[in-house]
Design a protein around this ligand. Structure first.
Ligand code: ATP
Ligand code: MG
Length: 483
């Protein structure tokens, strides 16, 4: 029941309440609203308060986290609402038009700022039209209206704040950190080696993924460990928080790591080992060092190291002493980073566990197996990836039966194929037949691909068929063939 007027009045009320109640901080504002008021990420100088924050209210800057750091960015009071800020936060095209005929609003022609002339009236107007979900989604309003006599439903401030995404998950926050900790040029180069994502930019959640019971329990364990870091430090348990994801391509390793970042509101630092292996081999060890340095500065965060087998390969070949040095640096860096001490969760991923030697294995406290999905999992994955699609006579079990040996990524490709095929016939409703035909097409294409594959690994994987049986723990060494 959202109308443009309701959206705009809600924004104005939030801005007004927040401006006046100094016990509220940025985690009381919904992400969409605080984003438009966040300052300090740009410029990086001490006094870049270029807006109308004459109060210089530094008290509302981000409350440092981790090791008691202070972060320069913040939100200054009072929050001033203009057509631009309101549009950006609410998506309402012409904010002033939406509320100009209400008697409790006014606009200053000179500054363009839109405000409430009588907040009481505005509150009453708003409460007649809003609902519990809207208020729960906005801690500032929840605090203000908790226990309000005109309210027909309950609101709970603590729950609303708990539910609201923390500022640490916003891109602006990460940008602020990057600016603060990577100021000079040499530091900036570190950032070329890695990809840093804010949790809000990660578009996958654990709910989008179908996990094996083993994967689920490993994830739950790590979530608990993160939550209780202080306790673990206190009892001296430090060897925790280093995971290795092992499995064939397309089985959800990267997606799971990202989803963890999203769901736990941790920045995601991603690096592919092949990418930091510089053509100037001497640089590689330095790059490894820098990568871990980035993660430590951005902590708490997840450091995801993909293509971990790259280590092993280079370690075995005797060609480059420099590469060996890099590998040793990597192993040492892994030893020197800790979830408990540095707030860095390390996740490595590999398609070739057979190529990892004992020195690398030993450094991970949990190995999480990502097998090819069995029939039941494939069926569940199909349900998840089709949840927004229209499919006549959809029978995921039958499709699962026809897709033995396929991964989650393969199933996605099959579905995409089916959707595009249907579109060529101007249909947006699929049929079960479309799906089965797409499976057929995919298999034909897959056969072509295999003809080009010289790599014995791949053949072994396909021939091995459904590796679902390996999902009950242990590392899969199914493709541990000599060649
Ligand atoms: N178990 C699963 N449940 C839902 N989706 C899945 C699953 N496994 C894979 N997918 C989907 O397949 C795609 C590829 O997955 P992802 O990139 O995570 O695989 P990966 O294991 O990292 O592969 P690679 O080893 O090639 O890097 C993603 O879109 C992902 O959502
Ligand atoms: Mg991957």
């Amino acid at each position: 029941m959202s109308t443009p007027a309701l959206e705009v009045v809600e924004f104005l009320l939030t801005a007004s309440i927040y401006s006046n109640d100094r016990s509220l901080d940025e985690n009381d504002l919904p992400p969409a609203i605080r984003r438009v008021f966040w300052t300090g990420a740009a410029g990086g100088t001490n006094d870049d308060t270029d807006d109308a924050s004459e109060t210089g209210d530094a008290a509302s800057t981000g409350a440092g986290f981790g090791r008691g750091r202070r972060h320069r960015g913040g939100i200054s009071r009072p929050l001033s609402a203009t057509n631009t800020t309101i549009r950006e936060a609410t998506g309402v095209d012409r904010p002033w038009n939406a509320v100009s005929d209400l008697m409790f609003t006014e606009r200053d022609d000179f500054s363009g700022s839109i405000s409430l002339t009588e907040r009481d009236l505005a509150e009453r107007w708003y409460l007649e039209r809003t609902d519990a979900d809207r208020i729960q989604a906005n801690p500032t309003l929840a605090k203000h209206f908790e226990g309000h006599e005109d309210l027909a439903f309950d609101v709970d401030y603590e729950a609303a704040r708990e539910q609201n995404r923390p500022i640490q998950a916003d891109r602006v926050w990460i940008d602020g950190l990057l600016q603060e900790y990577f100021e000079d040029e040499e530091d900036e180069e570190m950032l070329d080696l890695v990809e840093v994502r804010a949790p809000e930019e990660v578009d996958i959640t654990l709910d989008d993924l179908v996990l094996t019971p083993n994967q689920e329990s490993e994830i739950e364990k790590i979530a608990k460990a993160i939550e209780h870091r202080d306790y673990l430090a206190q009892i001296g348990l430090r060897e925790i928080g280093k995971l290795l994801f092992v499995g064939p391509p397309g089985t959800g390793k990267t997606s799971t790591a990202r989803a963890l970042a999203h769901d736990m509101d941790l920045p995601f630092v991603e690096v592919k080992l092949s990418m930091i292996t510089s053509q100037y081999l001497g640089e590689t060890a330095k790059n490894v060092d820098k990568t871990f340095e980035v993660a430590k500065r951005l902590s708490p965060c997840i450091l995801f190291i993909d293509e971990f087998d790259f280590v092993a390969k280079t370690r075995r070949s005797d060609e480059h002493a420099a590469l060996k040095r890099a590998v040793n640096t990597l192993l040492k860096s892994i030893d020197n980073v800790s979830l408990i001490q540095d707030d860095v969760l390390l996740i490595g991923a590999t398609n070739h566990p057979d190529q990892l030697d004992a020195a690398a294995w030993r450094r991970f406290d949990e190995i999480v197996n990502f097998p090819k999905p069995d029939t039941g999992m494939r069926s569940d994955i199909l349900r998840v990836i089709t949840h927004a699609m229209d499919i006549d006579e959809f029978d995921p079990d039958a499709v699962a039966d026809a897709t033995e040996g396929m991964t989650g990524s393969d199933l996605r490709m099959v579905m995409r194929e089916a959707v595009l095929e249907a579109l060529t016939e101007n249909r947006t409703t699929l049929t079960q037949k479309d799906l089965l035909e797409a499976v057929q097409d995919f298999e034909e294409r897959d056969n072509l691909k295999n003809m080009d594959m010289i790599d014995g690994d791949h053949e072994a994987l396909v021939a091995g068929g459904d590796l679902g049986a390996a999902s009950d723990g242990g590392h899969s060494h199914d493709h541990n063939h000599d060649h």
